[in-house]
Design a binder for this molecule. Structure first.
Ligand SMILES: [Zn+2]
Length: 448
């Protein structure tokens, strides 16, 4: 029996039966006084589907392979009530799940982060250029700080730039996208970079902004390889796609908001922008919920959300004039590079699958060389099946070798990470971007 994304418990039971009986699991109690807790658990992949369907507010993050087939280690960010309900149902319905370690009350981390951020140094127009990068990457940044920083960064006179409004958000805000290259015009083979599809994954946003910083500053400084890449290619970047959601994560109660801010009309808000993409034939078929309250709500129809529509239109516009070759969608976290298919265990035909594997491995090696990390390049479905995501969409609709980066958790935490992790984590992601850019240069004939 196939297990669909919203399968009822008997279906889950049938999936569970495929695995050996587990030791009796248990869940920790919520910390006293905590409104939310982060718990780390091991679950069957099929259990993830059940969990997201039964506990729509669950925020599941930091998935890691365990070395055992079909078992993932994940972190669940649960309200006190939900954790109590999970405690009741865990032994009965979770099959192979087992608690690894309770990690205490994440709310305390959020409170500490908020207090720290209130004191942060900011980049402004008076910040000396030589200090801008160091100040910016000291800590996480709100939307206005990111936009100002990017405007200042992309004012670099040595490069060619075009800033466009690539769409409007659900709440009517502009989505800003930058085209940039070294010299020779903006019609050349192109690499697309995107951040903040998931609003609460701040480290992914920082990784995207860092990649732009290194490319542009490397070009201005005359770094030989960067000059070669930047002159040969165009980079198109939308560092904050989910503007409404990102702004919401900076409000007093919104830090862990993931989706956009669609008013679903039933008291709930938001569509998961990494579940709302096409292709239409797979939309909402796996790892997505039709429950508007769910963190993985796929939306009322494919590409119903203006943020995702605008991304698709942007890519189509680029392809009218130039080849769009590789793309990166920055997320957090898991130390993973994901490539299609994600909606299904079906494999891409050769030689396309080989391309994804070879470039995936090149990125993995480059990334792990930075900090000795343990990133893995895997077919997206091997994390867990989900449809409507970036990588399946850009491949099927646009023929782009797209990767989702699930960034690392170098100093612990996932959505809430210490600021000291920003530079080492971002440097990893930049190493991957460079590989994606090198790949995009492969088909360009050498200069005569
Ligand atoms: Zn994400």
């Amino acid at each position: 029996m196939a297990c669909g994304p919203l399968c009822a418990n008997p279906c889950v039971q049938c999936c569970m039966n495929a695995s050996a009986p587990p030791p009796p699991p248990s869940l920790p109690s919520p910390a006293p006084g905590a409104t939310h807790s982060l718990v780390s658990v091991e679950v069957n992949r099929s259990t993830v589907e059940w969990l997201l369907a039964e506990f729509p507010a669950t925020d599941l993050s930091n998935p890691k392979p365990t070395g055992r087939p079909d078992v993932l280690k994940v972190e669940l960010y649960q309200s006190r009530d939900e954790l109590e309900q999970l405690r009741d149902r865990f032994p009965r319905e979770f099959g192979a799940a087992a608690v690894v370690a309770p990690e205490g009350a994440t709310q305390r981390l959020i409170d500490a982060e908020r207090a720290r951020l209130a004191e942060r140094r900011r980049v402004d127009r008076e910040t000396p250029r030589a200090e801008r990068k160091a100040v910016f990457f000291e800590d996480f940044r709100d939307y206005d700080e990111i936009m100002l920083y990017l405007d200042l960064l992309l004012a670099e006179p040595a490069i060619e730039v075009r800033k466009v409004v690539s769409g409007q958000t659900r709440e009517g805000r502009d989505i800003h996208t930058w085209y940039f290259t070294g010299s020779g015009g903006l019609v050349k083979p192109t690499v697309y970079l995107q951040g903040s599809a998931h609003a609460n994954e701040w480290m992914g946003t920082m990784g995207c902004v860092y990649a732009l910083t290194e490319l542009i500053e490397g070009y201005a400084a005359g770094d030989q390889e960067i000059v070669q890449l930047m002159d040969a290619l165009v980079f198109v970047a939308t560092p904050v796609l989910n503007v409404d959601g990102y702004l919401h994560t900076w409000t007093a109660t919104g830090r862990n908001w993931r989706k956009n801010r669609r008013d679903n009309g039933d008291g709930s808000f938001g569509v998961d922008l990494n579940r709302n993409n096409g292709p239409e034939r797979t939309w909402c078929t796996a790892g997505s919920s039709t429950n508007p309250s769910s963190n993985t709500y796929c939306g009322p129809s494919v590409l119903s959300e203006p943020e995702d529509r605008s991304m698709g239109e942007l890519l189509a516009t680029i392809r009218e004039t130039q080849p769009l070759i590789t793309a990166v969608d920055f997320h957090t976290c898991g130390s993973l590079l994901l490539w299609p298919w994600q909606y299904s265990y079906e494999q891409l035909p050769l030689p396309e699958r080989t391309d994804f594997e070879v470039l995936g491995l090149a990125q993995e090696v480059a990334i792990n060389a930075v900090n000795g990390g343990e990133w893995q390049s895997i077919q997206g479905v091997d994390l867990y099946p989900h449809s409507g995501g970036f990588i399946d969409f850009v491949w099927e609709e646009h023929g782009v070798l797209g990767y989702t980066y699930e960034g690392s958790s170098i100093l612990g935490g996932c959505h809430v990470q210490p600021p000291e992790a920003i530079l080492p984590s971002s440097a990893e992601q930049y190493a991957g971007v460079l590989e994606a850019a090198r790949w995009a240069m492969r088909d360009i004939p050498p200069e005569k």
